[in-house]
Write a new protein. Structure first.
Length: 430
C-alpha cells in the first residue's frame, strides 16, 4: 500500500455509474516528493550486489509498480504509473485489468470487486470493464481489512465501506480531529491497525469493530511520516517511520530496531511483509532487508540475484514467493529451497570503487566480459556531464579512471554493470 497526502476534504460519490479512463495524475504529496528525491539519490547510493540478492525479473519492465495485491482467487494485481495489470499465473505473465492512467493502490474484495486509488479518486469496478467514482478529493491510503471492510483515508477523514453496505461511513470514535492515517495493517486476531507516524511510538491506533471505534496503542509525539505498518502475533507491531527506520511495539512500549545498523546508514522502509517466520522490508536505496527474529534485527538479503534498489511495495504471495515492485518493474524471489540450488554459482560483481590521489580505482570480478557505466551526480542527485563507458575483461581486474572534471564540491560517483553497482562519495577540491 502506498499512502498519499492532501488537504481538501474528499467528496463521496455513492451512486455514480460513469465509465471513466482517468488521465495520469501528478503526485503532490510530501511522501511522493520524498520518493522522487530518494530515486535520485539511489542512483548514486546503490548497494553492492554481494549484499543484496535473491530476486529475478517478473515482468512489467518499463512500468513503475507502486502497489501489489493478491485476491482470494490467487490473481495478482499491480497498480502502476500507466494502468492496472493482472496476472492469473503467479506473475509469470501480465495483462491489462481494464483501467489506464496513474494508479497508486489496489485492493480486491472477496466477491471480486476492485477498488483503486488514482491519487485524486477512489474508483470501483465489479468486473474491470466499467468503473465508477466512489470518493474524490485529496486522498492518502486505500486498505482492505480481513473482514472485507474497505478503508480510505484523507488528510482529515477516515472513510470505511462495510462489506454489507453500499454507503461509505465516516463516523468514528476514539480518533483525534485530524487522524491523518497513512498506513493500515491487519493483525492475526482480525483487528485493524492504522498509523500516522511520529517519533518513536508514533500515533498508532487499533480497531476491533471494523473501524467504528479506535484505541491508541500509546501516546506518541507526532513528528514523522509513517511509511509502512505490519502487525505480528502476540500484539507485536512494526512501524516504519521516515527518518527513523523501523520501530517495534512489544506489547507495552516502542523500541528501536537494528534496521539502520544492517548497512551502517539510515534506512527508510517503504513496505513490510511476512512470509512464514521471516519478515521482509523493502528499503529505499538499499533493496531488501530480512529479519528472522520478529523484526528486532535486520540484515541484507544475501541470496542469489539482485533486488532493485528503489522498491515501493512488497507482497508475500500465496505460493510462498515474494514479489517486489518499484520503478524498475517487478521482481520475484522464490522460496529458500528453490534458491539453494543456485548457491554455488560464481559471483559477478564490482568489488570496490576507491578514490586515489589522482585517479579512481575500480576492482571487478566478472564471469564474462562486461561494460562499466560511470556516472557523476551532485548532492541533489542530478547527473553531471555525460556517462562514461569502459569495457572490462572477464575474471579479476582493475580499471583506473581520471578524476572527474567538475567544479569543487561533494559528488556521488556511481559505477554500474549488469547485476552489480557501487557508489563512492567524492569530494573534489578547488
Amino acid at each position: 500500500m502506498i499512502s498519499m497526502k492532501g488537504s481538501a476534504r474528499p467528496r463521496l460519490f455513492r451512486h455514480s455509474t460513469a465509465t471513466i479512463d482517468p488521465a495520469p495524475a501528478t503526485p503532490r504529496s510530501s511522501l511522493t516528493l520524498f520518493l522522487l528525491f530518494v530515486w535520485c539519490i539511489v542512483i548514486g547510493a546503490a548497494v553492492p550486489a554481494s549484499l543484496v540478492a535473491g530476486w529475478q525479473s517478473a515482468g512489467l519492465t518499463g512500468h513503475e509498480v507502486r502497489d501489489l495485491f493478491q485476491s482470494a482467487d490467487g490473481r495478482i494485481y499491480a497498480a502502476t504509473d500507466d494502468g492496472l495489470f493482472r496476472s492469473d499465473d503467479q506473475a509469470a505473465s501480465w495483462q491489462s485489468a481494464g483501467l489506464g492512467g496513474s494508479i497508486w493502490a489496489v485492493i480486491v474484495r472477496g466477491d471480486g470487486s476492485i477498488f483503486v486509488n488514482t491519487f485524486e479518486t477512489i474508483l470501483h469496478s465489479l468486473n474491470g470493464s466499467a468503473w465508477e467514482i466512489h470518493i474524490e478529493g485529496a486522498l492518502r491510503s486505500l486498505f482492505l481489512s480481513s473482514d472485507d471492510v474497505v478503508f480510505v483515508s484523507g488528510s482529515s477523514d477516515v472513510f470505511r465501506l462495510p462489506s454489507d453496505s453500499f454507503y461509505w461511513l465516516d463516523e468514528t470514535m476514539g480518533l483525534p480531529n485530524f487522524p491523518d492515517f497513512q498506513v493500515f495493517a491487519n493483525d492475526t486476531e482480525g483487528r485493524v491497525l492504522a498509523g500516522s507516524g511520529g517519533i518513536i511510538g508514533g500515533d498508532v491506533y487499533r480497531s476491533s469493530d471494523g473501524g467504528a471505534n479506535w484505541h491508541q496503542l500509546r501516546d506518541g509525539d507526532s513528528g514523522g511520516d509513517a511509511l509502512a505498518l505490519l502487525a505480528l502475533p502476540e500484539d507485536k507491531v512494526l512501524l516504519s517511520v521516515f527518518g527513523l527506520g523501523i520501530v517495534r511495539w512489544d506489547g507495552h512500549a516502542w523500541q528501536e530496531t537494528e534496521s539502520a545498523i544492517a548497512l551502517g546508514e539510515e534506512v527508510n522502509v517503504s513496505a513490510l511483509a511476512q512470509q512464514g517466520d521471516r519478515i521482509f522490508a523493502a528499503a529505499f536505496g538499499f533493496g531488501v532487508l530480512i529479519s528472522d527474529d520478529g523484526g528486532r534485527t535486520w540484515q541484507a538479503d544475501q541470496t542469489d540475484g539482485e533486488a532493485m534498489h528503489d522498491p515501493m511495495t512488497i507482497l508475500a504471495a500465496q505460493d510462498g514467493s515474494m514479489l517486489l515492485g518499484g520503478v524498475q518493474g517487478l521482481q520475484r524471489r522464490t522460496s529458500a529451497t528453490d534458491l539453494a540450488q543456485h548457491s554455488e554459482q560464481p559471483e559477478q560483481e564490482i568489488l570496490s570503487v576507491t578514490h586515489k590521489p589522482t585517479s579512481i580505482e575500480i576492482l571487478t570480478s566478472f564471469t564474462h566480459p562486461e561494460r562499466l557505466t560511470v556516472t557523476l551526480y551532485d548532492r541533489q542527485g542530478r547527473q553531471v556531464g555525460a556517462a562514461q563507458q569502459h569495457d572490462v575483461a572477464a575474471g579479476p581486474g582493475s580499471t583506473y579512471l581520471p578524476r572527474p572534471a567538475a567544479a569543487a564540491g561533494l559528488y556521488w560517483l556511481r559505477v554500474a554493470a549488469s547485476g552489480s553497482a557501487r557508489a563512492l562519495p567524492l569530494l573534489l577540491a578547488p
